[in-house]
Design a protein around this ligand. Structure first.
Ligand code: ATP
Ligand code: ZN
Length: 297
C-alpha cells in the first residue's frame, strides 16, 4: 500500500455526536487536533483525514465520495435517503453501529389528545423535521395526515396552534414533558453508525478494515468486564456455568490452597450484582470485576 493513501471521514462539527465521535477515534489510538472553525484536519498515527460538517450533510459527503466514510445518526441517514433528491444517497451503506447517540423518533401529542394507535392521526396536522420517515410511517399505516415541516423547536407547534401532534427525536422525554406533550408512538429507533459510500479503492478498503477492527475492539471492551475470584475446586464447573458471556475461563492454582483455585474470565456482558451473588452462593469469594481498556481477538 502506498504511503499517501488515506481515507476521509466526515464527522459532526459540533453537536450531540461531536464529542462521542472524537472519543471513539481517540480510543482507537487516532489523535487529531481541531480548532473551532476548522473544516478539515489530518489524523496523527493513522491514514485518516477528518472533515467537520453539519450532521445533515454527512450522507451527501459520503455519497459524492468527498469522504469515503462518515459517522452519523441512523435517523439522519434514513431521512436523507427518503427525502433527498440525490439518487447517489441510495448507495450509502451502514457498516457498523457505534452504540452512542441513541434516541428514538416518536409521535407525541398533548395530554388531552385521545390517542388510540396511528389511526387517531387521520386528518390531523403533525409538525416534524423528519417528513420522509414520518410519511413512510403514515403510509404503512394507511393514515392520511398533513405534515408541517419545521427545522427546529418542533415541540412548540401544538402549543402555538400550528399542529395537533409532533414527530421528533426523544432520548429522555424531558423536553416533551416540559412542553406538555406525551410520547405516543415510537416510529424509528436510532443510534450512531459508521457509514460508507461506493467510492473506496482497494487500499482505502484495507484502511477501513483496520479502522473497523479497532472500533470493534473498543466497543467490545466497553461492554466487557474482566472478572476474578477464588472458587472451591469441588464446585468449579457449577460456578463457571454462571459466569455471563464467557466460554473459556483461566483457572490458576492458589499457593498453599489445594482445595481452591483462582478463576479469571472475560465476560462479554454486564456483570450485575445478581450475578456476583449467584457466584458467591456457589462458593466463590474474593471477587473483583474490572473494566477492560482494549481488546483484540
Ligand atoms: P447540526 O448542527 O450538525 O445539524 P443538529 O442540531 O441537527 O446538528 P444534534 O442536536 O447535535 O443535531 O443531534 C445530532 C444527532 O444526535 C441526532 O441526529 C441524533 O442522531 C442524535 N441524538 C441523540 N439523542 C438526541 C436527542 N434527544 N435529540 C436530538 N438528537 C439526538
Ligand atoms: Zn442537523
Amino acid at each position: 500500500m502506498s504511503d499517501d493513501v488515506r481515507l476521509k471521514l466526515a464527522v459532526q462539527k459540533s453537536g450531540r455526536l461531536a464529542d462521542d465521535s472524537r472519543d471513539l477515534l481517540e480510543r482507537c489510538g487516532i489523535r487529531f487536533t481541531k480548532s473551532k472553525d476548522q473544516l478539515f484536519c489530518t489524523a496523527q498515527d493513522f491514514p485518516l483525514d477528518l472533515f467537520f460538517v453539519r450532521d445533515d450533510d454527512i450522507p451527501a459527503f459520503v455519497a459524492s465520495n468527498v469522504c469515503q466514510i462518515g459517522i452519523v445518526g441512523q435517523n439522519v441517514l434514513g431521512e436523507e435517503k427518503l427525502s433527498s433528491r440525490n439518487q447517489k444517497l441510495k448507495s450509502v451503506e451502514e457498516v457498523l453501529p457505534l452504540n452512542f447517540g441513541k434516541c428514538r423518533l416518536s409521535i407525541a401529542a398533548p395530554y388531552d389528545f385521545a390517542y388510540d394507535g396511528p389511526k387517531s392521526l387521520q386528518g390531523k396536522v403533525i409538525a416534524t423535521s423528519y417528513a420522509g420517515l414520518l410519511s413512510e410511517f403514515l403510509q404503512k399505516n394507511s393514515v392520511e395526515a398533513e405534515i408541517v415541516e419545521m427545522q427546529g423547536a418542533v415541540e412548540i407547534a401544538p402549543r402555538v396552534g400550528m399542529a395537533d401532534a409532533i414527530c421528533d427525536l426523544v432520548s429522555t422525554g424531558a423536553t416533551l414533558a416540559v412542553n406538555g406533550l406525551q410520547e405516543r408512538e415510537v416510529i424509528f429507533k436510532s443510534q450512531s453508525v459508521l457509514i460508507k459510500g461506493q467510492g473506496l479503492s482497494t487500499d482505502q478498503g484495507r484502511i477501513l478494515d483496520r479502522l473497523m477492527l479497532r472500533i470493534q475492539g473498543v466497543l467490545e471492551a466497553q461492554s466487557s468486564k474482566y472478572i476474578m475470584f477464588h472458587a472451591p475446586l469441588a464446585s468449579l464447573e457449577d460456578i463457571c456455568s454462571v459466569i455471563p458471556g464467557s466460554d473459556a475461563p483461566t483457572v490458576l492454582e492458589l499457593q498453599g490452597r489445594p482445595d481452591k483455585v483462582a478463576v479469571h474470565a472475560v465476560c462479554n456482558e454486564a456483570v450485575f450484582w445478581e450475578t456476583m451473588e449467584e457466584l458467591r452462593a456457589r462458593g466463590a469469594s474474593d471477587m473483583l470485576v474490572v473494566p477492560i481498556e482494549k481488546m483484540l481477538a
